[in-house]
Write a protein that binds this ligand. Structure first.
Ligand code: ARG
Length: 588
């Protein structure tokens, strides 16, 4: 059996312990192995924590065991022989500590270098997922909250894709609703000849939105026309559809610019797309008796919530919730997604909780938390300015995303020029590096925090070349590449002919950390927490630094092995960057 492949290190260990548990306690077949990194690395690398739990199950029933410790002993004894494991020991009330074989660690890394990092992809229990992210509202500003959604959603999609999940990246743009009546009517008013205006004529959509809103609020006659326009649009009248499509198109082009810079790919299926599916979805819910009449509206009452979920407004119109119910139905039944992930600010948590509950009551989703198909809300906190308040620029204006990215880039470029790179590099290299570091810094600063907390946007912090920043990590990677380059060795050749031997303790620590990559991605996916991957990446660079400080690479007797370890570190770092949507740099 080839034990080097097949899921993450933790999954592989779990498989071994599963076999042992089957032999040890054949009457408790539904117990999953509980494997975790050793609390105290002195005792080993991983531990199996099943003995105590098993003892409470078999106590009184089993004559074979007299306590948790003997169970632990038996688990250890029944562990199948494996080249993964160097030795085991028992601690406390039956914890089984495992010391992994350093030969096996080395062999696994070497195999990854030959087969590519794709071979380390974790295995997830779903085949297809929807990630609903970014999702700005047409004609309104795309604010930093949408930037967070775009960055977090893209990373989640990338991690799932790496784990061989087919991801439908959905931009659920707000392109439907009553605000379009006012926008269209204002468009007609400004261009009475009926021809659809050119982009220049509409100008800045945000300003256009504000102007039309002002008109709407101050002129009752306009307001009435706007309300009629909504009806005409929803009835599909050609002239109105055209104007609507035009406004959406201008917005779309603006968003596309941001996505392009960020290297984010999205497929737009906006609210309007699901509109035709609303009546059918509501009909299904209605048949199950979920929808009731309340104060003229049609609503779903949710246990434990003071206000019901409105699905048809008093005026008969649909809303955000009815659209989301239809979209969920579509994603489950038409797109056959098993996991549907929504990335928005935590302020929308209630909305998601409510319609998820409705879907569970309707039997669209299983009631159990860890069963699929599953819907998950990935909530994130606010972006704060350095003054601790909601992030804004100097004036009262909200921050324009494109400006933010431009500023990060130009600051990086200035720093590179200050380091004398303008003389060493071509203008193109300078531009490319500034862009990779600048955009990477903005993304990483966001991703490294637990997403549920607010985070403070600070150029000074994110562009610092020391500490847990993208700048520091990108430079660390470039330095490793330069070590390999300067050795003058052909690394591709070494991969085929050389062997890794993890003799020094710092080599072993680094090697083990590399091998834990897959289970970290697995955890980040399962809990939808990109910061777990950031933490891993930062620790990896620290383990590397320790190794490089204490182990001579170039010119040492262990040169080949150590160069391969450098290369493996660079490969894993690059994959982390890739999953975080950051472009690596190779020289600094
Ligand atoms: N357009 C919404 C907003 O800007 C976000 C949409 C999130 N997706 C969803 N299916 N509700 O707040």
């Amino acid at each position: 059996n080839d034990e080097v492949t097949g899921g993450s290190l933790k999954q592989q260990l779990a498989k071994l312990f599963e076999e042992s548990l089957r032999i040890t306690v054949p009457e408790e077949l539904d117990v999953d192995p509980a494997i975790a990194p050793c609390q105290n690395p002195k005792f080993g690398d991983y531990q199996c924590n099943n003995a105590m739990g098993l003892w409470s199950k078999v106590k009184g029933k089993s004559t074979q065991f007299k306590g948790p410790q003997p169970i632990g002993q038996a688990i250890m004894k029944n562990l199948p022989a494996s080249e993964m494991v160097d030795s085991c020991s028992i601690a406390g009330p039956g914890f089984v500590n495992v010391v992994l074989s350093r030969q096996w660690i080395a062999k696994s890394i070497q195999k990854m270098l030959v087969d590519g990092i794709e071979a380390w992809a974790p295995k997830l229990p779903v085949k297809r997922a929807v990630v609903d992210f970014s999702s700005p509202n047409i004609a309104k500003e795309m604010h930093v909250g949408h930037l967070r959604s775009t960055i977090i959603g893209d990373t989640l999609a990338r991690m799932l894709e790496y784990s061989n999940v087919e991801v439908l990246r959905r931009n659920h743009v707000g392109d439907w609703g009553t605000q379009f009546g006012m926008l269209i009517e204002y468009l007609f008013e400004k261009f009475p000849s009926g021809e659809v205006a050119s982009d220049q004529a509409i100008g800045d959509l945000e300003t256009f939105y504000k102007a039309s809103k002002q008109r709407f609020d101050s002129d009752p006659a306009f307001k009435e026309r706007a309300q009629r326009a909504v009806v005409s649009l929803q009835a599909g009248e050609e002239k109105y559809r055209k104007a609507w499509a035009h406004i959406c198109e201008i917005s779309r082009r603006g968003y596309e610019k941001v996505y392009q810079r960020l290297g984010v790919h999205l497929e737009e299926k906006g609210e309007s797309f699901y509109n035709p599916y609303i009546p059918g979805a509501l009909e299904l819910l209605s048949k199950q008796g979920l929808i009731e009449e309340s104060e003229g509206a049609r609503v779903i009452f949710i246990e434990g919530k003071n206000i019901p979920l409105i699905v048809v407004k008093k005026d008969g119109g649909y809303n955000y919730a009815s659209t989301d119910l239809a979209a969920l139905w579509y994603r489950l039944n038409e797109e056959k997604a098993e996991w549907i992930i929504y990335v928005t600010d935590v302020g929308q948590r209630e909305h998601f909780e409510m319609f998820f509950t409705a879907a569970k009551r309707a039997g669209w989703l299983p009631a159990e938390e860890n069963k699929y198909p599953k819907a998950s809300h990935v909530g994130f906190g606010l972006v704060l300015g350095e003054d601790g308040k909601r992030f804004r620029t100097r004036s009262t204006e909200t921050v324009k995303l494109v400006d933010l990215l431009d500023e990060a880039k130009s600051k990086c470029k200035a720093a590179l020029i200050e380091r004398g790179k303008a003389k060493e590099w071509t203008e193109e290299e300078l531009e490319k590096t500034a862009e990779a570091v600048g955009y990477g810094a903005v993304k990483y600063a966001d991703l490294k925090n637990n997403r549920t907390t607010n985070y403070t946007f600070s150029f000074d912090q994110m562009l610092n070349d020391k500490g847990n920043t993208a700048v520091y990590l990108l430079y660390a990677h470039a330095r490793i590449c330069s070590i390999i380059r300067k050795s003058g060795k052909d690394i591709e050749e070494l991969k085929k002919t050389g062997t890794i031997d993890l003799v020094h303790p710092d080599e072993r620590t680094l090697g083990l950390h590399l091998l834990q990559f897959a289970e970290v991605v697995e955890e980040a996916c399962t809990n939808l927490l990109p910061n777990v991957l950031c933490e891993y990446l930062y620790n990896l660079s620290e383990d590397f630094t320790r190794f490089y400080t204490n182990c001579q690479v170039v010119g040492s007797a262990e040169e080949t092995s150590r160069l391969l370890l450098c290369e493996a570190t660079a490969v894993v770092m690059r994959k982390c960057f890739h999953l975080l949507g950051i472009t690596p740099v190779y020289k600094i």
